[in-house]
Design a protein around this ligand. Sequence first.
Ligand SMILES: Cc1cc2nc3c(=O)[nH]c(=O)nc-3n(C[C@H](O)[C@H](O)[C@H](O)COP(=O)(O)O)c2cc1C
Length: 221
Amino acid sequence: MSIMETIKERRSVRTFDGRSIEPQVLQDILGYAREAENPYVQSIEWKILNAKADGVSSAVIVGTDTFIVGKMKRAEHAEEAFGYSFEKVVLYAQSLGIGTTWIGGTMTRAAFEKAAHLGEDEVMPCVSPLGYPAEKMSVRETMMRAGIKADSRLDFSELFFDGSFEKPLTAESAGHIKQALELVRLAPSAVNKQPWRAVVDGSKVHFYEKRSTGYPHDTFI
Ligand SMILES: Cc1cc2nc3c(=O)[nH]c(=O)nc-3n(C[C@H](O)[C@H](O)[C@H](O)COP(=O)(O)O)c2cc1C
């Protein structure tokens, strides 16, 4: 499956079918994560945690006890570096048929941080469950997705601009960059807020963050 198809097929999975992931598959994901670089060249330490053995949980996740967590040194651009590598791992898991959900808020954060031995100078922005998606979503997950309109995204021209913020960019006029921007549009975001904006400037694309009122920028939920 191509990376484009993988991105299009990914969705957050919060209801799993109870099957455990084979140890060699978990090792494969962990191995991939440890190699997953980011443009800021910041290293991330990855761990697989077990809900029962490590005393961690997420109230929105059912049907799996397995979680992957990443922690790294607090540094300038640590969040972007983490986000880049974490999404690579999410997409790799997806390519193996394994479901994930970025979780920054709805988990027992203190327990996760303790189990990951988080140091004072480290951050652990998000964790994700790993498991085989159930055929049917839980009622809670269905309601949650409807509440945050998880299946929709802002229009192309609300997110992307041509030269300056004054001129929205349409998919039709985006030329060779259209497909890449379409894929950016599908990315996951906390509460599906889609805070990214991009201005296409010749052969460069400048990325910006549009913050939502009521959500401090350093809160991952
Ligand atoms: C940084 C970040 C934090 C998130 N935190 C949570 C969370 O705490 N709980 C949760 O259920 N989903 C969380 N999500 C998942 C989003 O709700 C989800 O990506 C969004 O609604 C779009 O749905 P989709 O991933 O199915 O496309 C988070 C996503 C991101 C990127």
